[in-house]
Design a protein around this ligand. Sequence first.
Ligand SMILES: [Zn+2]
Length: 440
Amino acid sequence: MTSVEYYDEKVETASREEILRIQFNKLEALLKKVYASNQFYRKKFDSYGITPSAICSLNDLQKVPFTVKKEFEEEQEKHPIFGTNLTEPLENYVQYHQTSGTTGKPLKFLDTRESWDWRGKCACYVMKAAGVRKGDRIFFPFNFGPYTAFWIIYEGAYQLGNLIIPAGGWDSLQRLQSIIENQATVIPVTPSYAIRLGEIAYENHIDIANSGVRIIMLSGEPGGLVPGIREKIQHLWGAQCYDWIGMTEVGAWAFQCTEQPNAVHILESEFIAEIVDSEAATPVQEGKVGELVLTNLGRSCMPSIRYRTGDLARVKKGLCLCGRTFQLLDGGIIGRKDSMVIIRGVNIFPNVLYDIIENHIQSEDDYRIEAYRGKEGDEIAIQLEIGDNSRKEEVQRAIQSEIKKKLNLRIEVKTFTKGTFPKSDYKAKRFIDRRKESSV
Ligand SMILES: [Zn+2]
C-alpha cells in the first residue's frame, strides 16, 4: 500500500457514531438557517407541517419532503431570474453556474463566498484521496465555462496551495506541449477528452506515457469506474486514474481513493446520502440498488435538501484499506434511473456496454449508443466510428459476440467512417435516448 494522503484524517477515519453526530449537527444548523429565511424551503416545509424542531435525530430526516429537479426548474421559471431557493440577500452571492440542461432547461445555481469555500473544501477531500501532494502541478486542459465541474477542482487546488496551470483557449497540441514543458503532474479532465488528448499525443510523437503526469482525475462521464475506459487512459498516460462525482445541484459528493478500483467513498462529513426505492421512496436494504438522495450540509445559501438525483447506486459493505470510514458505493453510479433500457426483459445500463465496447476499440475509434422504441419494446443500436476501414467488420463482430456471451442479447452494431460523430473537449455524448420520440 502506498502512503495514504488525507485532507482531514480525523474526520475521514472517524467512527460511525462520530460521522453520524457530525451529520446531525450540520443538518440541524442547516434546517434552522434555511427555515428562517429561505422562501422556497419554508413554504415547502410548511405545506408538509414540518419545522426544524421536529427533526431530533438523523432518522427524523425521513419526515422531511424530497426535492426534485422539476421543482427547482418551475421555481426559476415562476420567479426569474434565480427563483426563491435563496437563504441570503442576492448581493451576498459571488459565483454563478448552471447545469448543462441535458435533461431540461438549465438550472442556475449561485454561491456565496462561504459556500464557495465549502465547495472548494469538498474538492480538497477528492484531490487528497486521489493522492495529490504538495508540489503537484495541476493542469486544466479546457475552457472554463458556466458548468461547475472543474471550477471546484480549481478552487480545491488553490486551497491546497498547488500550482495551477489553466489551458483554455489553446488547441489540444498546445495543451500537450504545455503539460510536458511545465512538468504538470495532475490532469483533471473528462474520460473522453483524456483519451482524445492521448490519441493526439501519440499521433504527434509526444511521449506523455513517460511524462511527469501521475494522476488523471476523471469526472463528467462514466470512466474511472468502467474498467475498459480506465485501463485505456492509464495505458495512454502512464498514470493512475481516479474518479470523482459531483452535481451542480449538490457539489462534489463522492470520490475514488487509491485503494478501491471499483468503488467510491461518499463524502459523509459534508453530505447525507440515502438510497431509496425509486418507486416507493422508502429506504432500501443495505447492499440493494436504489435511487440516491442527497442533502448537502455546507451550502445553506442555496441548498438541496433530500434531493432525488435520479442516479442508481448501492452501498458496498466493509472497510476500505485506505482507512477512511466513509461509506462506499459499489461501482459508483450504476446508471441513471431514466437511462435503463429494458430489452426483451433484460435490464441494461449504458455503462455495461461502454465497458464491452472499450475492450475492442482503439483510441482513434469512437462510439455512441442509441436507445429507441422498437416494435416489441426498448431496443439499442451501437454506432461505431472506426479509424481504420479494414478493422470495421472484425470489431463489429467481436463486440456483437461479447454482448451475446455476457448479456445473452443480440444488439445491432453499425459502423461509420471516422469523423462522423461530433467531437468535444468537454463531454462526449455517448448515450442518445430516442425512446420518447415516435416508434420506428
Ligand atoms: Zn478508501
